[in-house]
Ligand binder design. Structure first.
Ligand SMILES: [Ca+2]
Ligand SMILES: [Ca+2]
Ligand SMILES: [Ca+2]
Length: 221
């Protein structure tokens, strides 16, 4: 009985931990040119207070993206001589280059489970959507199309990725499975269609829901 109570308590604490980490809205990351440089990643309170320069580097830093647990921020930096995807702790420590390729890499986007990062790279001669493990290992080209493919965005269940592609002569919003299969044109419009963003999964509003939400997130692929 003691064991059951103990397990249950641990589960509740873990679920509440995830819930509070996932509490949205108290910080905003952004890129700024305010220091006369070519772009830095800042984080401020959601009310605009206390902006802090996290990158503080003379080369360009752009496109910040929070990990789902709020512990890390991925971004694009030109500090190594060309644009790469980096990740750092949310306070700015441990800035790590995840890509190390002479081509342009940009637009990092975390999978909802935090295990993978999608991004855009020109390494195969034109922009494609790639996904890699969150430590930078195992990058996979998901698009393989001679047109430019840009701006990946994961679905909240992690099963699909939306992006923009000019493969039919102008930019459209497409969606693929997370392994790159089954590309579907969602817009079919002669104007440029860009910058997709999925609506979020509804979050918990009670502690009971928070527990099951934590469990659901734990079990998601
Ligand atoms: Ca690069
Ligand atoms: Ca392409
Ligand atoms: Ca279009």
């Amino acid at each position: 009985m003691l064991k059951i109570v103990l397990c249950f308590s641990v589960a509740v604490v873990l679920a509440i931990g995830r819930y509070s980490e996932g509490q949205p809205g108290n910080k905003i990351a952004f890129s700024s040119f305010r220091d006369g440089r070519t772009g830095e990643i800042y984080v401020m309170g959601a009310d605009g207070t206390n902006p802090v320069n996290l990158t503080n580097h003379p080369k360009s830093e752009r496109y910040p993206a929070w990990s789902p647990d709020g512990k890390k921020i991925a971004f694009t930096s030109e500090r190594g001589g060309n644009f790469e995807i980096y990740a750092m702790e949310a306070g700015g420590a441990n800035q790590v280059n995840l890509t190390q390729d002479p081509a342009i890499e940009r637009y990092p986007a975390w999978s909802p489970d935090g295990k993978r990062i999608a991004f855009t790279s020109e390494r195969d001669g034109n922009f494609e959507i790639y996904a890699m493990e969150a430590d930078g290992s195992n990058p996979v080209n998901l698009t393989h199309n001679p047109a430019d493919d840009e701006s990946p965005a994961w679905s909240p269940d992690g099963k699909r990725i939306a992006f923009s592609s000019a493969r039919d002569g102008n930019f459209e919003i497409y969606a693929i499975e997370a392994d790159g299969s089954n590309p579907v044109n969602l817009t079919h419009n002669p104007a440029d269609d860009e910058s997709p963003a999925w609506s979020p999964m509804a979050g918990p509003t009670t502690m009971v829901e928070a527990r099951s939400w934590g469990q659901m997130k734990t079990n998601s692929p």
